[in-house]
Design a protein around this ligand. Structure first.
Ligand code: NAP
Ligand code: MG
Length: 497
């Protein structure tokens, strides 16, 4: 069967305007920025390069609709109904949205159609379905009073997101923020604007009131900083690098003290103990844990910490799997690994690879591939024999690069696992259930997997400790992140008739 995706991509009409107050419009400055495709280096289209003036418009629209009460004071069942319509509309545009993300970030179409779009739709449904099933509280105070504890929406939420999973990560913020009655101003990453420009249009067409979901594409230091410093934004929900996450905390401190939640990077360990049960399953999980999405995953298992007794067998198995993955055109449904997001990121990743080459043994990859396509491809790479203190073991590379370190006791393995500033995710591989529990307790990570990797569900919280940030996306707990508690104390004046 021939591959239909290139023709579909060619026929696609690409979005480019900001979506503010339900209208698609250019930046006030008239400036645009190119949306490029790492598939071949081509410019797909021009996108509005928004700055503070556009962010002002978007925040004003978001505030107006919030204050109107059309959404913030709508019944929970009304919000549920509309958000389910939005989810259905996104599902109806699944192929288009998958294509936009694949073209712009070079992620395989097989992944965007099976993971990113269905995942986003599921997130919208989860929060839509949750919101009319939550009860507020009555506090156990003195009997001549009634104290209600209710959750109120915060107001205008700024969402600033990265390019690696734009639809999914965006939905983790937008869906619970809207479900709880807030308005949203979202800035996508400069490398990945297209999907959210369409999502905002689709949502308005599906019945979401205009002004509730505004999307202002633009560069971080312009559009991003304007959101961070805006005096009328109540909260910023940020996902991205540790450095920029800290900027948002500073912006908040220097402006209106808005809430900031951060989901940042990671250097997540795969801790493989000597008694690992199924080495083949472990090797598969280790390979996919780093090579999926070309390693551009915040919780990628980028450090393999392996007991000396199983090191040789495990590394050989990971190399075998990694070398057999099909890397190529993101528009080919058979492709398993696509591109790095752009040339800048490829250069950054290559500089780490070169540094690692001098320190360890490159057992696989380490080179740019498929250069004739004009695409930004890096072969799956494994560098063995790396000291955990080296930069390649401490810093987030954000590419398909696995570094391996050997240990000789479980105690040493746990110590190495925790020996980075990050704390996003970790896995432990062992057949001993007690060891698994005790090691899981000791690992400093927002998610610990036992004998698996990257298993996830919208029902489980996601986020980290330390340099991985302090916010948690997903699960019912995320609803609390977009609300403030209000106490209403009612004087009864007596406690008996
Ligand atoms: P990034 O450079 O930190 O950018 C994230 C967002 O912040 C983008 O929208 C970016 O806009 C904006 N930004 C950049 N500089 C800014 C500034 N000076 N002021 C205000 N906003 C600014 O991260 P990225 O390169 O897009 O994504 C990769 C990082 O995200 C990795 O570190 C990865 O681990 C992390 N990540 C974490 C999670 C998690 O849940 N923990 C999930 C995914 C990714 P521009 O695009 O214009 O730069
Ligand atoms: Mg960036």
């Amino acid at each position: 069967m021939s591959n239909p995706w290139p023709d579909r991509a060619a026929a696609l009409s690409l979005p480019g305007g900001a979506v503010i107050d339900g209208e698609v419009r250019p930046a006030r400055s008239g400036l645009t920025m190119p949306a490029t495709s790492p598939r071949d280096g081509s410019v797909l289209t021009e996108v509005a390069a928004c700055d503070a003036a556009d962010v002002d418009d978007a925040v004003a629209a978001a505030r107006r609709v919030f204050d109107s009460g059309v959404w913030s004071r709508a019944s929970a069942s009304r919000r549920r109904h509309v958000l389910l319509q939005v989810a259905a509309a996104l599902e109806a545009h699944a192929d288009e949205l998958a294509l936009l993300e694949t073209l712009e970030v070079g992620k395989p179409i097989g992944d965007t159609t099976s993971v990113d779009v269905p995942g986003m739709v599921k997130v919208f449904r989860f929060y839509a379905e949750a919101i009319d099933k939550r009860y507020d509280e009555i506090a156990p105070v003195r009997r001549d009073a009634l104290a209600l504890v209710t959750r109120e929406p915060l107001g205008v939420v700024g969402a600033v997101i990265p390019w690696n999973y734009p639809m999914l990560i965006g939905s983790w913020k937008v869906a619970p923020a809207l479900a709880t009655g807030n308005s949203v101003v979202l800035k996508p990453a400069e490398q990945a604007s297209l999907a959210w420009l369409r999502i905002a249009e689709i949502a308005v067409a599906a019945g979401l009131p205009a002004g509730l979901l505004n999307v202002v594409p633009g560069y971080g230091p312009q559009a991003g900083e304007a959101i961070g410093r805006h005096m009328d934004v109540d909260k910023v929900a940020f996902t991205g690098s540790t450095a920029v996450g800290r900027m948002f905390q500073r912006y908040a401190g220097e402006s209106n003290g808005k809430q900031v939640s951060t989901e940042l990077g990671g250097k997540s360990p795969q801790l493989v103990l000597a008694d690992v049960d199924d080495l083949a399953a472990c090797a598969t999980a280790v390979a996919w844990g780093i090579f999926y999405n070309a390693g551009q995953t915040c919780n990628a298992g980028s450090r393999l910490l392996v007991h000396a007794d199983v090191h040789d067998d495990l590394v050989a198995a990971v190399v075998e799997i990694g070398s057999s993955l099909r890397q190529g055109d993101p528009l080919d449904p058979a492709t398993q690994i696509g591109t790095i997001v752009d040339e800048t990121q490829l250069g950054r990743v290559m500089s780490y690879v070169d540094e690692g080459r001098a320190l360890g043994d490159v057992r696989m990859g380490g080179t740019r591939v498929l250069e004739g396509t004009g695409g930004s491809y890096l072969a799956p790479t494994l560098i063995d024999g790396i000291d955990n203190r080296s930069r390649v073991a401490q810093e987030e590379i954000f590419g398909p690069v696995l570094v391996t370190t050997t240990f000789r006791s479980t105690e040493e393995g746990v110590r190495l696992a925790n020996a980075t500033p990050y704390g996003l995710a970790a896995a432990v591989w062992t057949r001993d259930v007690s060891t698994a529990h005790i090691v899981a307790r000791r690992l400093r990570a927002g998610t610990v997997w036992v004998n698996t990797f990257d298993a996830a569900d919208v029902a489980t919280p996601f986020g980290g400790f330390g340099d991985s940030g302090s916010g948690r996306d997903k699960s019912l707990h995320a609803l609390d992140a977009y609300t403030g508690l209000k106490t209403t104390w009612i004087h009864l004046g007596k406690d008996e008739l």
